[in-house]
Design a protein around this ligand. Structure first.
Ligand code: ZN
Length: 472
């Protein structure tokens, strides 16, 4: 039986299984649902064991005193011990569902309508995790065997992604031996459109900070003192305005030093995506114009270029009427989206330097970071893993596969760094799946095409194992 026939004839059973998993409200952010997150992990563990994985374990996370939500690990070695090892990453926890009244059907009573499954987690990420077991079964059936997959497969499906993966890096470090692999397949992103299959090749990182400037001990009368003492709000306005030059480039010292430039091949591929800037601006809160760094298209700006954003600024008198003061304090929150290979820690140093250099005498500045930040993730276009996944997706979809990136990110950079293996994004979600919003849905045919793609991918990787293992 070939891969597609197997998938089509097992589709009904697959969708029913997915719906029973979606009925478990595994909301990791809500302590009232932590029992459900565990039930979801147990459901998946049972399903993976039923698929044939000889090793399936539920991994608890977090310190003993304040445990986190469980991840599911499964491992199925290839028959050939020389075959490459692939780790599949996804998550089984889901977003909260409020506002409930906006759902057309209850979020945890999955419904089927017009070729879609509706329910929280349908696209993000249970549907995209489960397509892997259908794909694996199809791969085994097409290869005429059920004893072992063509590549060694490991699954790591976490239970805290929607809560910011607070224990994930620790879990990766403590289990690094068991998670070792030649490449990491991430199935938690989107394609450009149902008829424009694509693969993500990078995600931006992030670091955020609050800047506080202090001048006089208290607000002082502007008639008596104004013009004679430094005004922290003036200093803050100048400091923030100076974050960009007239071409929209960020002025922090060394900000672009580690930025990997876009290749002409990647720019050409981005440009071929059918991008409707008007519609995109409408989605951007009805923004009236595109803006940003000179010399780059909108998609390049939001996917492949780093940014500085002022998220908030306040100080002095903001109530009704006037108050003629020189304020004592000025505050701002700023954040930076980062791209490969910028390091959040380097950007933090650069911001401190910048603030110090732009703080006038008589004003005291403090910079407080919200945390260590998130490193950007990057999946090079020409890596053997990306090229193999592209071939597999093209075979499944019968169309050329293009490339995208994502403007935000999750724990992918930790996977890449701690496991020291390249990322490959294979996913079939869509931007219009309403993930994190009411009425989340997934396209049923896309799940089947995704299953088909991974079935081809495992066979392809086994055939090209020298390329995959050499690339590490
Ligand atoms: Zn997700």
């Amino acid at each position: 039986m070939d891969v597609r026939d197997y998938i089509d004839s097992n589709a009904r059973e697959f969708f029913d299984q997915l719906k029973s998993w979606l009925a478990i409200p595994s909301i990791s952010a809500d302590p009232g649902h932590h029992g459900d997150v565990r039930a979801s992990a147990e459901w998946l563990a049972g399903h993976l064991a039923g698929t044939g994985f000889p090793t399936v374990e539920i991994w608890d996370t977090g310190p003993a005193g304040s445990p986190g939500q469980p991840a599911v690990f499964a491992c199925w070695p290839a028959q050939d011990p020389g075959a490459p090892t692939v780790l599949v990453y996804g998550h089984h926890d889901v977003q909260p569902v409020e506002p409930l009244e906006e759902w057309h059907s209850p979020p945890f009573e999955p419904a089927e309508r017009d070729g879609q499954i509706l329910g929280r987690g349908a696209s993000d990420d249970k549907g995209q995790v489960l397509l892997h077991t259908l794909g694996l079964r199809a791969c085994l059936a097409a290869g005429g065997q059920t004893s072992a997959p063509p590549v060694s497969l490991k699954f790591l499906i976490e239970g805290e992604e929607e809560s910011g993966s607070p224990h994930f890096a620790d879990l990766l470090r403590s289990r690094a031996d068991r998670l070792s692999c030649d490449m990491i397949v991430v199935s938690d992103t989107t394609m450009w459109a149902a008829d424009v299959p694509s693969m993500c090749t990078g995600m931006r990182g992030l670091i955020d900070a609050q800047i506080d400037l202090r001048g006089p001990d208290t607000d002082v009368h502007s008639g008596s003192f104004g013009g004679g003492v430094p005004n922290p709000l003036h200093a803050m306005a100048a400091l923030l305005a100076g974050l960009h030059d007239h071409e929209g480039r960020v002025t922090l010292p060394g900000f672009y030093d580690a930025v990997l430039p876009l290749t002409s091949a990647e720019r050409e591929l981005f440009a071929r995506l059918p991008f409707d800037e008007k519609a995109w601006l409408a989605d951007a809160g009805s923004s009236q114009a595109a803006a940003g760094e000179a010399g780059f298209s909108t998609l390049e700006r939001v996917w492949a270029r780093p940014t500085a954003e002022i998220n908030g600024m306040w100080g002095g008198h903001t109530g009704p009427g006037s108050k003629t003061i020189v304020p004592s304090q000025a505050h701002a929150k700023v954040s930076f989206r980062l791209v490969a290979h910028q390091e959040p820690a380097d950007i933090a140093v650069a911001l401190r330097e910048y603030v110090a250099a732009h703080t006038p005498p008589g004003i005291e500045a403090t910079v407080t970071f919200g945390g260590p930040g998130v490193r950007p993730a990057f999946s090079p276009l020409h890596s053997p893993g990306v090229q193999a996944a592209k071939r597999a997706m093209e075979r499944a979809f019968g169309r050329e596969v293009l490339f995208t990136r994502e403007g935000g990110s999750g724990p992918e950079a930790d996977l890449e760094e701690i496991l020291a293996a390249p990322l490959v994004f294979v996913a079939v979600g869509l931007d219009e799946d309403r993930i994190h919003a009411p009425n989340e849905k997934v396209e049923m045919t896309l799940l089947l095409r995704g299953a088909e793609a991974v079935a081809y991918l495992w066979a392809d990787l086994a055939a090209d194992r020298a390329g995959i293992t050499a690339a590490r």
